[in-house]
Every structure is written in C-alpha cells, then in structure tokens.
Design a protein around this ligand. Structure first.
Ligand code: XMP
Ligand code: MG
Length: 192
C-alpha cells in the first residue's frame, strides 16, 4: 500500500471481477451491434482497457479529454473540451466510459454535448459512483461500485496526476490534499 493512502477500498481482484460482470452485461445489451466506446482521458483509460477486453462484441474506441471546472464555475457545470472525438458519432451506438461520477457535472455536460451530435444511442458506464456529492442527476446505465464520499486514487484515478498506476483503488489520506489546498473541499484534478 502507498504511503499517502489511508486504506484499500477496492482490491485489484474485486475490480477485475466486477469489470468482467459489466463486460458480460454490456455484451448482452449490445448483441449484434458494434458500439463506439468513448473513454474520458485520462482517468478512464485503465478501466476502459480492461472493460473492452471483457466484451464479447466488436467495438471501436475513441477518446475525449476535458478540463475540470474550477471551484467558481462548478455551479455552471461547463466543461472545456481539450480533445474531441475523431469519429462523427451521428447514427452510432455510443458508450461513454468514465472513471467516476461525483457531482455529475462532467458527465451531464458530456452527455448533452454528445446528444446534439445525433448518435443512434448513448449510454454511460462508470466504474465508481459517489452519490453523496451529486448535484445533477445524470442517468448512469452501468456502474461498477457505489463508494463513500472519500477521495480515491488508483486504477486510473489520480491526485494531481499521481497514483494512476496503482492496481487497487485506495482512499487518499486527507492530509495529502488538505495541507496544500486549505480552502478547497476537493483536490485539484488535472483533466479528469
Ligand atoms: P464530477 O461528477 O464531479 O466528476 O463532474 C468530475 C471528475 O472529478 C474527478 N473525481 C475524482 N478523481 N478521485 C479522483 O481521482 C476521486 O475521488 C474523484 N472524485 C471526482 C474525476 O476525474 C471526475 O471525472
Ligand atoms: Mg482525475
């Protein structure tokens, strides 16, 4: 376990088992189709890499990168797109894959943005759901785990760009992020 982490919340084995289940469920739901799986950089990369290999249907993959809103713009929920899709998703079945839904502002913005492009369908898959901090209700079709209101890292999730490579999902010690950012209730994030 890493020094900056409080405890393991989800082990590598628990994550792998749940990702396999999600893969089976998604494969059943999309039988006969070839969805475009869209990952949100960078937090979703590791989850998406494992998830697509648990699917028994063909898929295509694409990615978007978005900036996180600052504390002041949080209420607006406006997210800046740093890297857009390479596919034109008109008429495609799109599965949006994200690491975590917290306030819901990021996924809500992305969902509304992608819907304006006329996909045949749009579903959302998140590994983690932190319902304690939800501000907008965004429909999540597939979720791996519901977690408590703690800041977690590992398996793609970062704090200031670090810890993404850790194989388990761990709760970060509060002192790691409260020491530097006394006036923010949530650690800074370097682009999902
Ligand atoms: P919401 O739903 O608030 O989520 O728009 C925006 C982004 O916040 C990040 N986030 C976290 N990242 N550990 C992280 O590493 C966490 O506990 C956590 N909670 C929120 C995440 O990048 C999400 O896309
Ligand atoms: Mg992040």
């Amino acid at each position: 376990m890493h020094n900056d982490t409080e405890r393991v919340l989800l082990t590598e084995q628990e994550i792998a088992a749940r990702v396999r289940q999600l893969g089976e469920e998604i494969s059943r739901d999309y039988a006969g189709k070839e969805p475009l799986v869209v990952g949100i950089l960078k937090g979703a990369v590791i989850f998406m890499a494992d998830l697509v290999r648990c699917l028994s249907i063909p898929v295509r993959m694409d990615f978007m990168a978005v900036s996180s809103y600052g504390a002041s713009s949080q209420s607006s929920g406006v997210v800046r797109i740093l890297k857009d899709l390479e596919h034109n998703i008109g008429g495609m079945d799109v599965l949006l894959v994200e690491d975590i839904v917290d306030t819901g502002l990021t996924l809500n913005y992305l969902r509304e943005n992608l819907l304006t492009r006329g996909p045949a369908s749009l579903k959302i898959c998140t590994l983690l759901d932190k319902p304690g901090r939800r501000r907008v209700n965004v429909p999540v079709d597939y979720n791996g785990f519901i977690i408590p209101d703690e800041f977690v890292v590992g398996y793609g999730l970062d704090y200031n760009g670090r810890y993404r490579h850790l194989r388990d999902i761990m709760i970060l010690k509060r002192e790691v992020y409260t020491a530097k950012e006394d006036n923010e209730n949530c650690p800074a994030d370097d682009g999902s």
